[in-house]
Write a protein that binds this ligand. Structure first.
Ligand code: XIL
Length: 445
């Protein structure tokens, strides 16, 4: 059964009407009430995904941030960013105890300046290790792992949406663990990493991330599933599972991916598609993957592993949504259309686990000739994500008592608690259209 992520549209609509009646009875200027903006198709991947409360991200390679063709597309289309290599062990701790964040900071700064959130990738991985780490073993390696998690997460505390705490810990072809220096310190290394990560930044979602776990019938999928189930049963802190989704000849997309996402979500974790690329970029496969995520309320969002084909780590496969000229490929259109086909608001399915729903209601605040404020009250959860979509041509100009990011156009905002409780506010420049925005609420954990 899918836990509930609710957008209580009827409730919001009722509140809008009540708000209008209240405003009129108070002798204030009539406010045009309409609730149509979420029905407007998104024109970028990020805004189309936001219609259903999801994100659409890309891997960003820091070395390309100086390329305007690259940043134009990345800035326009995506609202979540994963540093492709810059947060890995060798990049962030090249010498033991000496942390270097220059390259990763450039990406995080770019993301924040452009209203995007960041997935942290990755804290503990068998690959991309600096020399000093490769020569450690036993308790010294265990301690180095925890120190690394603490060092990196402290630097980015409060700024990361989700961390890939552990990447690729399972072997291909079996349900067993992959051999690695970390694995040789003992089976419990993964839960030790997750516990350390929770303590280091309680606000970040903590994910296990892997490839070849998309096909429900594969032994590796079952191995990871058993681990997550065990973690949830024993209270090991885990919030999400990332499915890399590098689809190619040896690991083709299979329609049972949806079953996999559903089954993991039913364990009580969010699921995310974290590194999507498809050999040859067939439009139908991309559309199917998007459809699978949209079918699962706890599928938070999708990240593609690069912007244009030549930016891809496997560029000869031309697996991405933009070609080398920066033009949209057929797969792009298929993805955009699939996202826009989603029912606005995170698909609520009734009669699900209690305690995971939330509702955001709007009420009128101050008004000025050129702008107005709204108060937002969240009920049902203290750990939520509210997505607000503004009708054209309105723009968000300020928020208070909330941690918010928005797209460059200032038309879609994602808001999370900042420690000031569940009532917060937003100021909107109306540019002649005083229609209130639509909001959706999702319980974060
Ligand atoms: C890849 C990068 O894309 C390459 O640039 C780098 O040389 C190697 O790593 N699984 C992961 C990612 O979790 O970190 C990998 O990224 C791709 C496979």
């Amino acid at each position: 059964m899918e836990p509930l992520k609710v957008m209580a549209r009827p409730v919001i609509r009722r509140m809008l009407v009540l708000g209008a009646v209240a405003a009129l009875s108070m002798g204030l200027a009539a406010i045009a009430i309409a609730d149509t903006s979420a029905d407007t198709p998104g024109t970028t991947l990020g805004t189309a995904a936001a219609r259903s409360g999801r994100y659409f991200g890309t891997a960003i390679n820091g070395s390309k941030l100086g390329d305007p063709a690259y940043t134009t597309i990345a800035g326009r289309e995506f609202d979540m960013v994963t540093p492709e290599n810059e947060m890995k062990l060798d990049a962030t701790e090249p010498r033991q105890g000496q942390f270097v964040f220059t390259s990763a900071d450039r990406i995080v700064d770019w993301a924040v300046q452009n209203g995007k959130r960041v997935r942290g990738h990755t804290l503990v991985w068998h690959s991309g290790q600096p020399q000093w780490l490769q020569s450690l073993s036993g308790s010294a390696l265990r301690q180095a792992m925890v120190d690394h998690i603490n060092g990196v997460m402290a630097h980015y505390k409060g700024r990361i949406y989700a961390w890939d705490v552990v990447d690729e810990a399972f072997a291909d072809g079996t349900g067993a663990r992959r051999d690695s220096n970390f694995q040789r310190t003992g089976d419990d290394w993964i839960e030790v990493a997750f516990r350390a990560a929770r303590a280091a930044d309680p606000a970040a979602k903590l994910c296990y991330n892997d490839y070849n776990i998309e096909n429900w019938t594969w032994a590796k999928t079952q191995g990871v599933y058993a681990m997550v189930k065990d973690f949830k049963q024993r209270g090991v802190p885990i919030d999400c599972v990332g499915f890399q989704s590098h689809f190619a000849g040896g690991s083709p997309y299979d329609a049972n991916f949806r079953t996999t996402l559903q089954n993991f979500a039913a364990l009580g974790v969010d699921v995310q598609i974290t590194e999507l690329d498809v050999q040859g970029a067939p439009a139908a496969t991309y559309a199917a993957v998007v459809g699978d995520c949209l079918a699962v309320p706890r599928c938070d969002g999708i990240t593609v592993w690069g912007v244009r084909d030549p930016d891809s780590w496997r560029s000869s496969d031309t697996p991405l949504l933009f070609d080398g000229d920066g033009d949209k490929k057929p797969a792009y259109t298929a993805v955009l259309d699939a996202l826009n086909a989603a029912v606005p608001g995170p698909s609520p399915s009734p009669a699900q686990s209690p305690g995971r729903s939330c509702t955001a209601t709007l009420s009128a605040g101050a008004k000025w000739p050129d702008r107005y404020s709204l108060r937002v009250t969240v009920t049902g959860s203290d750990d939520w994500v509210v997505t607000m979509t503004l009708p054209h041509p309105e723009k968000i100009i300020a928020t208070w008592n909330v941690s918010a990011t928005w797209n460059p156009a200032r038309t879609v905002m994602t808001a999370r608690p900042d420690g000031h409780g569940n009532t917060w506010g937003v100021t909107i420049k109306h540019h002649g259209n005083r229609t209130w925005p639509t909001v959706s609420c999702r319980a974060a954990r």
